[in-house]
Structures are given as structure tokens and as C-alpha cells.
Design a protein around this ligand. Structure first.
Ligand code: MN
Length: 401
């Protein structure tokens, strides 16, 4: 059996036999960020695979795995990939599902955050966490801090104390997959063994997506030289395995209007979502690939607000926002929605988006969501304003009294 396939099979067998029923005497996890995008999902798997072989798990366990009889020492050498989302939410990621299917990976057999009680293992002191595609745990996962052992990330580094850190590679580039593939490519001992054509193809998807297919205009802003260098090598190994025009295929899977409508707003809200702690308030932001007017027409304003309330309750939010990203006349367009039960908080957001000099917004008066109490929707004419750019502006706005 191919090394990668064997690793995935064993990760699922161990999850069912040991990790999920809290029977493991030790667990190493490889965890992406809570947005659960292609980069995070692919990297948690590829990093887990790499570390498991790197730490010599398969030098000891040569024959078929027998979970019940794995010693603690052996368990310490296995790194289980964990999708940082609830299992049922994976179906919302149409691009990831497509990529998994083409690679022959059954996503239902990749462990998810709600299937393994990491908090339990943290309390027992038998957990080690390897973070990829983020360098600080989500605000609902801060209990992980003292258990973090490795970080591979391409975001701005948050200053933090990690008492058990053994390795980190944090630097600006397009995707965490670049850094994980780079680690494998630089591993003289294992590279030719582990980075076969399937793994190379599997790891290539986030690099393509996050560099926007190496869009020249974004060089130095969204991606860097290392992405280009690593991708060249990865592509050489993957060869013809990578389908023609794969970036476009994945992009369409992610953004196709009908596919997104079919998911329904409940899944859309959870498909590309992040939490932020602003002062003492929790803000949740969903990025969706649909015009908010289409949401209004397809799902109805009343139902949408019910979904806002649901996700706010589920994630303990005091503010909720939706950022849309869609195409019209071959141009990207964006809208902002802000909602809260707390009038004071939502007015503060309204003040920022309506009057802040960093925004060029117009209220979407014809959208029914705008008639709902404490709910505001704007067309945003600055199309570069992603969640990553808006979040610090909100933080700054809330810092001044
Ligand atoms: Mn990333």
C-alpha cells in the first residue's frame, strides 16, 4: 500500500479505537486553523503524514496496525490530522471535497475536531499540538497553548509564550502548504520516499489557490518567491497527475453560485468562518461566495436572521458579520453585513462602516435584511477588503472610546 494511503487508514483506525473513545495514552495532533480552508485542511493531513514518518512510527510498526496493542512510546510517534471544524461542516467546502475525491480520499474518514475530545487529553497532560496555517490557537481553543510543540505558518506572527515549543517555521508566503512541502523537500533522508506524485498533487492545491495561480499583481503581497520555487519542484514530482487548469476548476467549485445556493445558509455561514476577540466581545465573521441580495431572495431575510442567531448562540458571539465575495461583470464585488443583539455594539460597527475613512460603502437599502433591527448591510466599493484587512480596522475602532 502507498505510504500516504496507509497513513490515512491508520489515522482513522486509531481515531476510532483510541482517540475518540479517550483510550489513548498519548496523542499528537496536526491542526489547521478554524476557517477550514483548503490550506488548513490539506496541511493538517500532509504535516501529520510527514511527522509520523519523520518520528519513525513506521520503523517500529511495520505490519498492519493493532491499535489496542500500541505502546505509549509508539503512540508518541503518531501524528493524527484533525480537521478544525465539526465533521458535518466539511461538506460545505465544495473545492476541498472535489480535491479529496480526485485524490481518492474519503473525507468522512479524516478525523474532525468534534470527534476527538482534545480538551480531555490537554487536561490529562497527554496532548501535543502541531499548529499549521495559524500561529496562535483560535480564541475558543486557547487551552492548546501550553501543549503546542510545532508551528508551520505564513501569517503575521502573534507574540506568544509557548512553554513546550520545539520547532517553528513562520514566514510570509502564499500558503502554509508551501512551508510543509518545503520541509519535506529539504529532508534529504525522506523526501524521495514521502513526497510521491500523489502527495505532491495533494499538497499543490492550496499553493495554487492561495497564490491565485501565481497572479503577478499579487507577488510580494499575497505570495512570495518560496511559493514559486516550491511549486516548481512539487509540480515536477506530481507531473501529469495535476489536472489541466486545476486552479480554475477548484476556484469554480468554491465560488459557483448554484453550488453555494444548494448548500443553504447554515453551511455557508460555517464554510469559511473565523472568531475574533475584540476587547471582551466575541465577533464571528463568515466569508461567503454569494451576493447578499441572492441570499435575501433565495433564503429570505427572516430565515437568515434565524441562522445568524443560531451561529451566535453556538459560538457565544456578541457580534456577527458576513463578508461577501462574488463576481459581477467579471469583477470581484464585496458587501458587509453587521448584526448584534446589542444595539451599542452594532452601532459602533455601523459607525465604522458608514463613516470610517477606510471604507467606501453604500447602504443596501433595498435588501430586506436592512429592515431588521440591529442588522445593517452595505455594498463595499473597496474590493480588496478581505476579512484579514477588515479585522484590524474593527479592532482599532473598538480600542478608542
Ligand atoms: Mn493559509
Amino acid at each position: 500500500m502507498e505510504k500516504f494511503t496507509r497513513y490515512l487508514k491508520d489515522a482513522w483506525a486509531l481515531t476510532q479505537a483510541l482517540y475518540a473513545p479517550k483510550k489513548a495514552s498519548f496523542i499528537n495532533v496536526s491542526l489547521g486553523n478554524v476557517s477550514g480552508d483548503m490550506d488548513s485542511v490539506v496541511c493538517s493531513i500532509v504535516l501529520g503524514y510527514y511527522l509520523t514518518y519523520k518520528q519513525g512510527f513506521y520503523e517500529e510498526v511495520k505490519d498492519e496496525i493493532d491499535p489496542e496493542n500500541l505502546s505509549e512510546e509508539q503512540q508518541k510517534k503518531f501524528f493524527v490530522p484533525v480537521l478544525n471544524m465539526n465533521k458535518e461542516d466539511i461538506v460545505a467546502r465544495s473545492d476541498i471535497i472535489h480535491h479529496f475525491e480526485l485524490n481518492g480520499i474519503n473525507y468522512m474518514e479524516i478525523p474532525a475536531y468534534d470527534e476527538i475530545d482534545l480538551r480531555h487529553y490537554a487536561e490529562q497532560g497527554t496532548l501535543r499540538a502541531n499548529l499549521v496555517d495559524h500561529n496562535f490557537p483560535d480564541c475558543n481553543q486557547e487551552y492548546l497553548v501550553e501543549h503546542v510543540e510545532r508551528i508551520y505558518d505564513h501569517h503575521f506572527e502573534k507574540p506568544a509564550e509557548y512553554p513546550n515549543m520545539v520547532f517553528k517555521d513562520i514566514r510570509f508566503c502564499g500558503s502554509a502548504a508551501t512551508l510543509v512541502a518545503n520541509a519535506m523537500l529539504n529532508d534529504e533522508e525522506l523526501k524521495s520516499e514521502l513526497l510521491d506524485h500523489q502527495v505532491a498533487w495533494f499538497a499543490s492545491a492550496p499553493i495554487l489557490i492561495d497564490t491565485v495561480n501565481f497572479k503577478e499583481k499579487q507577488r510580494g503581497k499575497k505570495w512570495d518567491q518560496i511559493d514559486e520555487d516550491v511549486y516548481k519542484l512539487v509540480k515536477e514530482i506530481a507531473g501529469d497527475t495535476i489536472p489541466e487548469d486545476y486552479f480554475r476548476t477548484l476556484y469554480l467549485k468554491k465560488t459557483d453560485v448554484q453550488t453555494n445556493i444548494n448548500l443553504g445558509f447554515r453551511l455557508l455561514a460555517r464554510k469559511d468562518y473565523k472568531n475574533y476577540k475584540i476587547n471582551d466581545e466575541l465577533l464571528g465573521i463568515s466569508t461567503i461566495f454569494l451576493d447578499i441580495n441572492i441570499c435575501d431572495n433565495e433564503f429570505g431575510a427572516e430565515n437568515l436572521v434565524k441562522e445568524f442567531d443560531d451561529i451566535m448562540k453556538e459560538r457565544n458571539l456578541s457580534m456577527y458579520m458576513v463578508l461577501t465575495h462574488y463576481e459581477e461583470d467579471h469583477d470581484v464585488r464585496r458587501q458587509i453585513l453587521a448584526y448584534s443583539h446589542n444595539t451599542e455594539l452594532v452601532e459602533k460597527l455601523k459607525d465604522l462602516f458608514s463613516n470610517g475613512e477606510d471604507f467606501s460603502t453604500e447602504p443596501l437599502t433595498e435588501n430586506k435584511l436592512n429592515d431588521i433591527e440591529n442588522c445593517y448591510v452595505w455594498q463595499n466599493n473597496y474590493t480588496s477588503q478581505s476579512r484579514k484587512k477588515i479585522e484590524p480596522l474593527i479592532r482599532k475602532h473598538f480600542a478608542v472610546e
